[in-house]
Write a protein that binds this ligand. Sequence first.
Ligand code: GAL
Length: 469
Amino acid sequence: MFPRDFAWGAGTAAYQIEGGWQADGKGPSIWDTFCHESGNVFGEQNGDVAGNSYELWEKDLECIQLLGLTHYRLSLSWARLLPDGTTRHVNQKGVQYYNKVIDDLLACNVSPTVTLYHFDLPQALQDQGGWKSPGIAALFDNYAKFCFQTFGDRVKLWITINEPHVCAKLGHEDGLHAPGLKEKGTAAYLVGHNMLRAHATAWHSYSSVYRPEQKGAVSLALNSDWLEPSQQGCKEDVAATERDLAFTLGWFAWPVFVTGDYPEIMRSAIDAQSRKLGHSGASRLPRFSNDDPTILGTADFFALNYYTSRKVKSGGGCGQTLCMKSDRDAEEVLDSSWPICGASWLAVAPDGLRKLLKYIKDTFKNPAVYVTENGFSQVGLLQIEDVQRCEFYKETIMEMATAIQEDGVDVRGYFAWSLMDNFEWADGYSVRFGLFHVDFSDSKRSRTIYRSGREYARIISKYKSGQSK
Ligand code: GAL
């Protein structure tokens, strides 16, 4: 059912699991700052210790082996490696830590899949303007080159930036993520633009300098819900859905996979809204210039983070002020047949993954796809025997198999989110995505496998041994 060499993985991110926020010379990141300011995170929680993977990595490795993973997706903490964000000062302890993680994985026959940036910008770079500043692209490129140089002999799958959409919108428009800016209708577009420039610059560096010898693949991880018209056949809903997809997935996938530039409907919607509200001057959606790296073609595969689905109708803005919501002019609603599980935004719709994979095949030129995140959380009373989550994984993985077999989508791997319970950003530890439970009240942060972890292990062993093609 799954191609030979299919990657069976699970993912984590540095800030969500490592802790050791000041250990051994690590510099602060924007998430350290954000969490230490009151009122930003559920229960004033933070990732100071989190799952303490900085000290307890061997326990994570045991979890990885218990699941039988072929791949493990982790992210590097930029500020652990380069405390002020630049290569002027390298923190050797940080290098040692990731060297050990990577070497241990390989010794256990698990391929490390490495994300360079998963939301945690060094605070020192935020102090110079962060992702809003054009200079960030060169700084990111230096960091990326440092990582390719240091770890690229062993890492063959790289993600430059995780979810630029989330970083841009939640961090700079909604203020719900670090750095907590609420500069509506402007900053997110600028941040997204600089993230694309940074990603493309690093991809070109890899391609010209490192790829010939290291022979790996590089992409960026894009999140998208599956979106469909609230009423099939209603022209306004169909158009709103198209706009909504352009503002989430298209924003980044269109430049990288299709044209080298933003989707036209995105730009025209933004510019129309600017005119309507009397906002003069240049388009709020920046333009790529001749000095920018070529954006088109800067992905060796499509990395998709899929969680949930939405129905879409037109409308839903923020009145007379500029904001992304008004630009998008699309309102997302839930289908009553989709159960809401765990986090309030997470409506369970496994078939949305199949539909989205088909859409990606048709729209983005049939790329090789890795599902780099997919999962389902628990909130409140935690059940170790989490039967519902077992069903979710089974159904979702079946939908993915159907996408491969019947729709001919070239899916190469699947990474469950997440290996273990962790710091779920603004929700702190109240939302649990792990295949392993972590006891955050225990200083040893004991890990216990959930039933869904056992189920995922069973699925992996079944398909790994019976792999065809
Ligand atoms: C993604 C993010 C992950 C994880 C997940 C579940 O947006 O990349 O870090 O938190 O959502 O909410």
